[in-house]
Design a binder for this molecule. Structure first.
Ligand code: ADP
Ligand code: MG
Length: 363
């Protein structure tokens, strides 16, 4: 069942449209992330859901009740901010129990709930400490415990892990996931860090310039991106300019310089002949060979310009007439300056209208 329903949400700040006609929903118990570059409107959406910002247009419903007009403290929603906003003059336990005290929960009940929360976030025995005696990761846990203590329907997170180093961030994201599943609370998480979001979310909302590009699981966004923006934002992608030569009901034929390739039409790329498009292919779908033996649907000559080891894979940057291509391959050994053949199968590529993203550096 849908817990949160956001419909046609728009927010304008004078002449800046920060959020444009955004609609999505979040099911009860779901972990949904909103991801997008800095300035794409993520915080503004969260602030409207929390009640700190009034929408210009649209509707926000929690359990079918309209929230617009309801003051923040009357919404059954808590928010964890990037700067955590812990009270420095209160102990850890007092920080966690603060919201309960505000709503008149009795002392004994407060102590019991606070103790349970300290256990939940693995901070047993830290209750009497001051927040400034805690590490960054421990402070994160306190902020999380404080947001969960009164058992809200929904917890909103605005980039809470972005100040932590990578290792701690990965640890905390696993913790978030554990706590979310243990409490069954619904989480709406906002970040520009796709690495965190992809690993923890049931579904993701990809935002670009105030508008939704695509909504789906990490896997579906990666496997079937609906725009060059999503293909590029979710993981790495090579982009090659091409022109549509012909479309039939089942096939699209494109030309990349003088190479033609036809591939099965999946229905999600409405293009017609003459259109300028971008062919997108993931680096691990690109193969590199020193002879024309791979028999690709689409291939070109190139020269290795860079080579780097990444665990079991080798990443090559190859200069080709189509631009610089990145290939992530196993087992083959080429050196810088080697002439090679680079290619991929038609099944492994996506095509999108060229206008969607300006030409950019290949990853
Ligand atoms: P994100 O969180 O994705 O980085 P924001 O929601 O903070 O993006 O901002 C989206 C856009 O709205 C930006 O262009 C930002 O400058 C603008 N914006 C946000 N808040 C305000 C405000 N209070 N007044 C004017 N413009 C704002
Ligand atoms: Mg923000």
């Amino acid at each position: 069942m849908s817990l949160l329903t956001v419909e046609n949400l728009t927010k304008k700040f004078d002449d800046v449209t920060a959020v444009q006609d955004v609609s999505f929903d979040v099911s009860d118990g779901e972990f949904v992330s909103i991801i997008g570059p800095s300035g794409s409107g993520k915080s503004t959406i969260l602030r409207m859901i929390a009640g700190f910002e009034t929408p210009t247009d649209g509707s926000i419903r929690l359990n079918t009740s309209e929230l617009i007009g309801v003051p923040p403290f009357e919404r059954d929603i808590n928010m964890v901010f990037q700067n955590l906003a812990l009270f420095p003059h209160l102990t850890v336990a007092e920080n966690i129990g603060y919201g309960l005290k505000q709503t008149g929960v009795k002392k004994a009940k407060r102590a019991e709930r606070t103790k349970k929360m300290l256990q939940m976030v693995h901070l047993d025995g830290y209750g009497s400490r001051s927040p400034n005696e805690l590490s960054g990761g421990e402070q994160q846990r306190v902020a999380l415990a404080r947001a969960l203590v009164n058992e809200p329907e929904l917890v909103l997170f605005d980039e809470p892990l972005s100040s932590l180093d990578r290792k701690l961030r990965q640890h905390m994201q696993a913790e978030l996931q554990r706590i979310q599943s243990e409490t069954g609370t619904t989480f709406l998480y906002v970040t520009h860090d796709q690495e965190v979001a992809l690993s923890v979310s049931d579904r993701l909302v990809v935002l670009n310039d105030g508008e939704i590009e695509q909504i789906g699981s990490a896997e579906s966004l990666y496997e079937t991106p609906e725009s060059a923006f999503v293909a590029d934002f979710i993981g790495d992608v090579n982009q090659v300019p091409a022109v549509v030569i012909e479309t039939t009901e089942t096939e699209i034929t494109v030309e990349v310089q003088s190479e033609r390739v036809s591939f099965a039409h999946n229905g999600s790329s409405p293009v017609s002949s003459g259109d300028k498009v971008r062919v997108c292919v993931r680096p691990h779908k690109v193969t590199v060979s020193n002879a024309d033996t791979e028999n690709h649907h689409l291939e070109t000559k190139g020269t290795v310009r860079e080579r780097s080891y990444q665990g079991s894979d080798v990443v090559y940057v190859i200069e080709t007439p189509w631009g610089r291509l990145t290939a992530n391959v196993r087992g083959q050994k080429f050196a810088v300056d080697d002439d090679v053949i680079v290619g991929w199968n038609a099944d492994d590529m996506h095509i999108f209208p060229a206008k969607e993203t300006p030409p950019q550096e290949v990853v």
